[in-house]
Design a protein around this ligand. Structure first.
Ligand code: FES
Length: 151
């Protein structure tokens, strides 16, 4: 009988280690690329209204469609200390809940302490479908029109 308890204890220990290892390991992202890319298929261009911001929680980014129809994929992590920054639609800006930095729809800093704009992810438009590569956030010192992707 004591051997059975020992065996069950061993199984419980293995399960506990597996659960902890799974919890602390990096999140897998939905990948459609074959290699080391992680691409989120956001959807058809017409799904996104000009002047809108759409959250993609699984990809940890916002897809911003600017008034002129261009797209930016903005990392949701604040560039100050990494808090998740929500879009506040009524104010038309991102406002960090931690230390009140705010960012405009292009991710540009409106009020510090954030030292630089929100990072962006690479956007591609293929056959009028918007795709975002979330494998690597791109740091930038300021917004420029060259970062905007248009169809
Ligand atoms: S983490 Fe966003 S302002 Fe500090």
């Amino acid at each position: 009988m004591s051997r059975l308890w020992l065996l069950l204890g061993g199984v419980a220990l293995v399960e506990a280690v597996w659960i902890v290892a799974d919890f602390v390991s990096p999140r897998r992202r939905r990948a459609t690329g074959g290699d080391d890319t992680a691409v989120i298929v956001a959807g058809p261009v017409e799904r996104f209204e000009p002047g809108s911001v759409t959250a993609f929680p699984a990809g940890r980014f916002y897809l911003a469609r600017l008034d002129d129809g261009g797209f930016l994929a903005l990392n949701r992590e604040c560039t100050h200390l990494g808090c998740t920054v929500p879009w506040v639609g009524e104010e038309g800006r991102f406002v960090c809940p931690c230390h009140a930095s705010s960012f405009d729809i292009t991710g540009e800093v409106l009020s510090p302490p954030a030292p630089r704009p929100l990072d962006v992810f690479q956007v591609r438009i293929e056959n009028d479908i918007v795709k975002v590569d979330i494998s690597r956030p791109i740091r930038r010192q300021s917004f420029s029109d060259s970062q905007v992707v248009r169809s």
